[in-house]
Design a protein around this ligand. Structure first.
Ligand SMILES: [Ca+2]
Length: 361
C-alpha cells in the first residue's frame, strides 16, 4: 500500500469524526475546513481524533485567523510562584450537574449524576513521578515501542515517536499540520531526540497514551478518574459564571496555563509559560487541586462515543484543555468541555492524574 493509499484508508477509518468536526466547526468556526485525509506525509493524517484535539477546538470566527503583523517575538513574562504541591485531596461525593447545554454540542445533554467520594492527585503526574514508575517496572511507553506490526497504522508511521505541536511559521498552513509526528519523541524527549527533561522534572509527563497512564495508575494502586469524577472535582467550588468564562483569579490574573495571543504562532506568554508549566503553578481551588484546567489535557476512563457513528478507533474522553487553548482557539479550558483522545497515541499536550476511590468500584 502506498503512502497515499494508506492515508486515504486511514482517513476513511476516522470518518466517524467528520460529523462532529462539521458540527463543532459550524458552531464555532464557520467555514473552517475539516482536515480529513488531506495530508499523507509524516504529519499524522492517520490519527485525526488526536489532531482534532486542536482542530476541533475552534471558537469565535472573528478571532480564528491570526494576522501576520501581530507576531513580533514577545518578551517572556515572569513565571508565577509555584508551590510544588504533592499528595492527594479528598473530593467529596454527591449529586451534581455534568455537561452543559449552553456551550459546545458535545457537552450536551446537561444532566444530574452521582459520584462517590474519591482521593485525587493534587496535580497532574509529573515527569519525576513517572520516572519512578519506569525505573521500578521497566515499562516502555507506546511512543518508545512504536507501532510495528499494527496493521491499522501505515508502515511509514510505525516507528517509535509521538506527535508534537510545532507552531507554524506559515500562517496559511492547514490546522492539522501543526501536529507533526516526530520520530524519537516520547516522554523523555518531549520535542524529539534532541530535547530532554532538563528543568522539566516537575512538569506534567506528556506523550503518554491512555494505556500508559492506566499502567502508571495501576502500579500506584490507583485508577484514572471517570469523566464524572474529574468534572466533580473541576466544578466543585465554581460559580455558574465560571462554567463559561476563561479561568481567572479574583484579581484578574491567569488561573490556568493557557495560550495568550494570536494562536498558533503569536504566543505572548502573559501567563508566564509558552508550553507546559511546572505543576502547581495555577488553579489552586478550595479543595487544593491545581491545573485541572489548562497545562495538559487529562485522560479519563470514559469511552468517547459519538451517537450514531461507528467507534472503530477507540477513544477516551480528555478533560481540562491545555497550554494550547486560547480564548480565540480551543477555549476548552472549562469543566464541562471534553475532547476525544485516540487511546494508543499521546501528544505533547496530553497528560493525566490519578484517583483512589473511598469505596472501590
Ligand atoms: Ca490539566
Amino acid at each position: 500500500m502506498t503512502a497515499g493509499q494508506s492515508a486515504r484508508a486511514l482517513a476513511a477509518r476516522t470518518r466517524y469524526l467528520c460529523p462532529m468536526a462539521t458540527r463543532s466547526t459550524s458552531v464555532l468556526h464557520p467555514g473552517a475546513p475539516v482536515p480529513v485525509g488531506a495530508r499523507r506525509d509524516r504529519h499524522f493524517g492517520w490519527y485525526l481524533p488526536v489532531l482534532l484535539l486542536a482542530a476541533l477546538t475552534t471558537s469565535p470566527p472573528a478571532a480564528a485567523a491570526p494576522q501576520r503583523q501581530g507576531l513580533a517575538k514577545p518578551a517572556l513574562a515572569p513565571s508565577p510562584v509555584c508551590p510544588a504541591p504533592t499528595g492527594e485531596v479528598l473530593v467529596p461525593g454527591g449529586k451534581f450537574t455534568v455537561g452543559m447545554d449552553s456551550a459546545l454540542p458535545e457537552e450536551s445533554p446537561q444532566r444530574e449524576v452521582t459520584v462517590g467520594g474519591f482521593w485525587m492527585d493534587r496535580t497532574e503526574v509529573t515527569n519525576a513521578q513517572f520516572a519512578v514508575f519506569i525505573k521500578a517496572t521497566g515499562y516502555r511507553t507506546q511512543a518508545e515501542r512504536g507501532w510495528a506490526g499494527n496493521r491499522r497504522v501505515p508502515k511509514e508511521l510505525q516507528m517509535p515517536g509521538s506527535v508534537v505541536f510545532k507552531a507554524p511559521t506559515d500562517l496559511g498552513a492547514p490546522e492539522y499540520s501543526w501536529w507533526v509526528f516526530t520520530p524519537g519523541a516520547n516522554w523523555r524527549h518531549p520535542e524529539g531526540p534532541s530535547s530532554s527533561l532538563k528543568g522539566r522534572l516537575q512538569h506534567p509527563v506528556v506523550h503518554v497514551t491512555y494505556d500508559d497512564a492506566l499502567a502508571y495508575a495501576r502500579w500506584a494502586g490507583r485508577d484514572l478518574p471517570t469523566e464524572a469524577e474529574w468534572e466533580r472535582a473541576a466544578r466543585y467550588d465554581k460559580t455558574p459564571g465560571a462554567m463559561l468564562e476563561p479561568p481567572r483569579n479574583a484579581d484578574g490574573t491567569y488561573a490556568a496555563n493557557t495560550f495568550q495571543g494570536a494562536f498558533p504562532s503569536g504566543n505572548t506568554r502573559k501567563d508566564g509559560h509558552a508550553g507546559t508549566a511546572p505543576v502547581g503553578c495555577y488553579g489552586a481551588d478550595r479543595l487544593g487541586l491545581y491545573d485541572l484546567l489548562g497545562n495538559v489535557w487529562e485522560w479519563t476512563r470514559d469511552d468517547y462515543r459519538i451517537t450514531g457513528q461507528p467507534t472503530d478507533e477507540p477513544s477516551r474522553v480528555l478533560k481540562g484543555g491545555s497550554y494550547l487553548c486560547s480564548e480565540h482557539f480551543c477555549a476548552r479550558y472549562r469543566p464541562a468541555a471534553r475532547q476525544p483522545g485516540t487511546e494508543n497515541l499521546g501528544t505533547s499536550h496530553i497528560g493525566f492524574r490519578t484517583v483512589r476511590r473511598v469505596t472501590p468500584r
